[in-house]
Design a protein around this ligand. Structure first.
Ligand code: MG
Length: 349
């Protein structure tokens, strides 16, 4: 089948006035039409600039291309990557390209009558263990979660006692077997991290995430062995297998967290996984409980652990899907319908 049209839309978001980048450049929905009357949907990043990138240069490059095999999607990814390379390689361009890639996988799955996980190796996990990022702890526990991540950014009012109290509270509430993770969102430094490792040891944190910025691979590589057994996690702000190749060579991270809607879609995710396998690095996609990453986790040797946001689920403003699978008993089940198996709200379909 041949691609006849591509259109990205940027769902309106209510601004809360935090100044955070997500309020300006959040997810776009990409719709791809074909001459076989099959329509595919993907979810990419980049906000309004991402929408313009898809609807301009990349749309014109895509019209008329064939999508009949998984290799066609890989070839298309390489083609769009090289077309956009002078102004791309990362950031909003690859975030936008992610939406196109995911729409192509959705398209092929629908045309062949298979869920995306079947196109990329077959179902290896019927259910995936969910972890909660944020959310009121008692509610999160009542939802059945056995793995939780909470934020501890090093701001002016941050202190070690607060971090220890937070860890103690969560360990007590979730029990000795739960996984506890810390998201530092690039706000710590080596000194803070080493002190935290010592102070929090009795609560057994599983990983420290985004400790410092991804531009500091050498510093991370030096810190990494000194933080063991706490794993150094990161990668949500990195793009494609090219960037993850540099991370692998530097030895900066114990655990990789590519975001499938930002790093280049399923195609880039599979290539990143191949690299990770070669280096013995576990992969736990950022926002992996959302349908786009969930198919990758279900079909591959990604960790059996998917990030979910219990608070965002109840926010009708924050989602474009009508039937995304929800966490039940701390687990999430990939749908067995063709493509990604989700329906978009009529405003975006
Ligand atoms: Mg994070």
């Amino acid at each position: 089948m041949k691609i006849t049209d591509i259109k990205a839309v940027y769902p309106a978001r209510k601004k809360k006035g935090t100044g955070a980048w997500q309020e300006y450049y959040w997810q776009i929905v990409v719709r791809i039409e074909t001459d076989a009357s099959v329509v595919g949907y993907g979810y990419g990043g980049g906000g309004e600039p991402g929408r313009l990138i898809v609807n301009g240069h990349l749309r014109d490059a895509l019209i008329g291309r064939s999508v009949d095999h998984v290799d066609d999607i890989r070839d298309t990814w390489d083609y769009l990557y090289s077309k956009s390379l002078p102004y791309g390689r990362g950031g909003m361009v690859i975030m936008a390209l992610s939406g196109i890639d995911l729409a192509l996988w959705d398209l092929l799955g629908k045309a062949e009558g298979w869920p995306v996980y079947e196109l990329i190796g077959g179902l290896k996990k019927k259910t995936v263990r969910a972890y909660a990022t944020g959310g009121e702890p008692a509610r999160v526990r009542d939802l059945g979660y056995t793995a939780v991540k909470y934020s501890h950014q090093w701001r002016e009012d941050a202190d070690y006692d607060k971090a220890a109290a937070l860890a103690a509270r969560h360990r007590e509430m979730f029990g000795p077997d739960a996984l506890l993770m810390f998201d530092c969102y690039m706000s710590w430094d080596g000194g803070v991290a080493l002190r935290m490792r010592e102070l929090l040891a009795e609560y057994e944190p599983y990983w420290f995430e985004d400790l410092i910025t991804p531009d500091h691979l050498d510093e991370l590589a030096v810190l990494r062995p000194r933080l063991a057994p706490v794993l150094l996690a990161g990668g949500e702000h990195d793009f494609s297998h090219h960037t993850f190749g540099a991370i692998a060579r530097s030895g900066a991270l114990d655990l990789w967290q590519p975001d499938i809607t930002w790093c280049g879609g399923i195609t880039a995710g599979l290539r990143i996984l191949e690299l990770a396998r070669a280096h013995g690095i576990p992969v736990c996609p950022h926002r992996g409980g959302e349908i786009w990453g969930l198919h990758l986790i279900a079909a591959t040797d990604c960790m059996d652990l998917a990030e979910t946001h219990p608070d965002r689920r109840s926010d009708p403003d924050g989602t474009v899907l009508l039937d995304e699978p929800l966490v039940s008993g701390g687990e999430i089940v990939p749908p067995d319908r063709p493509g990604f198996g989700v329906t978009l709200k009529s405003a975006y379909a």
